[in-house]
Design a protein around this ligand. Structure first.
Ligand code: HEM
Length: 436
């Protein structure tokens, strides 16, 4: 149940205009047919009468983006929740739950994670790290990187479209710069879908001209984002378009959901690397285990830039998003929890189960730790632990600034919970603490 105060604060922000701290362009530019859902109903009629075989994602997404998932037309939501199984393909089956989870929804449907994993090639859109081996892992890595770059491109397009103003507020400038910077760094974050440098040359140059009006960065960003979305495969571009069903009409929620999607792809990559290096150690391939960990920790060097983007979240906007997302929290992230479970034995968190079968990476390491060359491996484990805990400390700091000491939407104590977890090592045996 969303409180009156939260609703009123939402309306107030939406009335402020379009962009950071205000309405999304999709909500403010929507036609009345998109708002009431009549376009979506009409398109569904056609699809149901079988005169069109492609599910009308465009019209349905336009309605959800116009009014927010929480205000979607109840009749449309009912229709979507009763789409018969014989009319569902695997993607539609993974996507539909996003549209009708208003009462029961959690984190996964909120952030469109199943459609993303399915598009990346994980079985059933779940548990990428356990379902893939060998070349399957490599394919997954490449597709996840393609998704990440597409998500960043789409976010840059959204931010640039609302930033091309004559004298933008400092928050608009900071947001656009942080988003543009991430696309420039995408080769480090997502190296298996490295963009040709020419795609981001103008953006990188505009970022160095800090005194220029924002228009030049906005224009370069729009061009780069358009190219990125043309370069990715159509199925990835479609998935990225369909996986954005905000619960509010706020522009900032788009950044929030896109950030979650980028972090989740990174968690998947870390999970794949931990599983692969563990397997390599079990097969006595110490060098390979080192290389796999080195590659993933290189990706994690982009984390500060990701937190700079997240840090542009206005406090008032997040208070509203929080009010509309009670019960949905990244504390429910399986990919995140599985990383910790795969690194070392973990006591039950009480939040979400993350079963891990077989030896953990720490156990595999401890069997080889005295062998020649194991120093390099130990160094990589330390680097992973340092970056992982650094990430958790940044998350704690941002949380403290944005919501203060109030409880989280996942039912924990909030910032104090995050502080405690940021002190827990990934590999307790490395710090001489034994078990967690
Ligand atoms: C303004 C931004 C954010 C704030 C204020 C925030 C706040 C919180 C809070 C209070 C918790 C504690 C759990 C709860 O009760 O909900 C939490 C957990 C968590 N959040 Fe965030 N969060 C933000 C953004 C993100 C993003 C973009 C991600 C990316 C996926 C994320 C990932 C996580 C994870 C993985 C946990 C579980 C941590 C653990 O159990 O160790 N957060 N967050």
């Amino acid at each position: 149940m969303i409180g009156e105060e939260v609703r009123a604060a939402h309306e107030q922000l939406v009335r402020r205009g379009t962009g950071v701290g205000a309405s999304s362009a999709a909500a403010s530019d929507a036609t009345s047919r998109q708002r009431v859902g009549s376009d979506a109903h009409a398109a569904l009629d056609t699809w149901e009468s079988r005169s069109c075989s492609l599910f009308p994602y465009l019209e349905v997404v336009a309605h959800f983006q116009a009014v927010g998932r929480s205000q979607a037309d109840p009749a449309l939501v009912r229709r979507l929740s009763s789409v018969p199984a014989d009319r569902q393909d695997a993607f539609l089956a993974a996507w539909l739950p996003m549209t009708c989870d208003q009462e029961t929804g959690g984190y996964v449907t909120y952030a469109g994670l199943h459609p993303h994993l399915l598009a990346a090639g994980a079985d059933q859109g779940e548990d990428a790290d356990t379902t893939a081996h060998g070349s399957g892992r490599d394919r997954l890595r490449s597709r996840l990187d393609e998704l990440t770059v597409a998500v960043l491109g789409d976010l840059l397009r959204t931010e640039a479209a609302t930033a091309g103003l004559d004298s933008p507020a400092p928050a608009v400038r900071t947001r656009l710069r942080a988003t543009a910077r991430l696309l420039v760094l995408s080769g480090d974050l997502a190296p298996r879908h490295r963009l040709d440098p020419s795609v981001t040359t103008d953006v990188a140059a505009a970022l160095t001209r800090t005194q220029d009006p924002l228009d030049s960065l906005a224009e370069a960003s729009e061009r780069a984002a358009k190219t990125v979305l043309e370069l990715v495969s159509p199925s990835v571009a479609q998935t990225v378009f369909r996986s954005l069903l905000p619960v509010t009409r706020l522009h900032d929620e788009i950044m929030f959901i896109r950030s979650i999607q980028v972090f989740e792809a990174l968690y998947e990559q870390i999970g794949l690397a931990v599983a692969e290096s563990r397997d390599a150690l079990l097969e006595e391939h110490l060098d390979k285990a080192v290389d796999v960990l080195a590659a993933v920790t290189d990706r994690m060097t982009v984390l500060p830039a990701l937190f700079r983007l997240l840090g542009t979240m206005p406090v008032k906007a997040f208070a509203v998003i929080r009010g509309y997302t009670s019960g949905r929290s990244a504390v429910q992230s399986r990919s995140y929890r599985r990383i910790e479970a795969a690194c070392a034995p973990l006591p039950p968190s009480g939040v979400v189960d993350a079963p891990w079968t077989g030896p953990t990476l720490q156990e595999a390491w401890s069997d080889v730790r005295t062998r020649p060359g194991a120093d390099l491996l130990t160094e990589q484990l330390r680097r992973l632990d340092t970056l992982w805990r650094g990430m958790k400390r940044s998350h704690w700091g941002i949380t403290l600034r944005i919501i203060g000491e109030v409880p989280g939407t996942g039912g924990t104590a909030g910032a104090s919970y995050l502080k405690t977890t940021s002190e827990t090592p990934l590999f307790p045996a490395l710090t001489g603490k034994g078990e967690r």
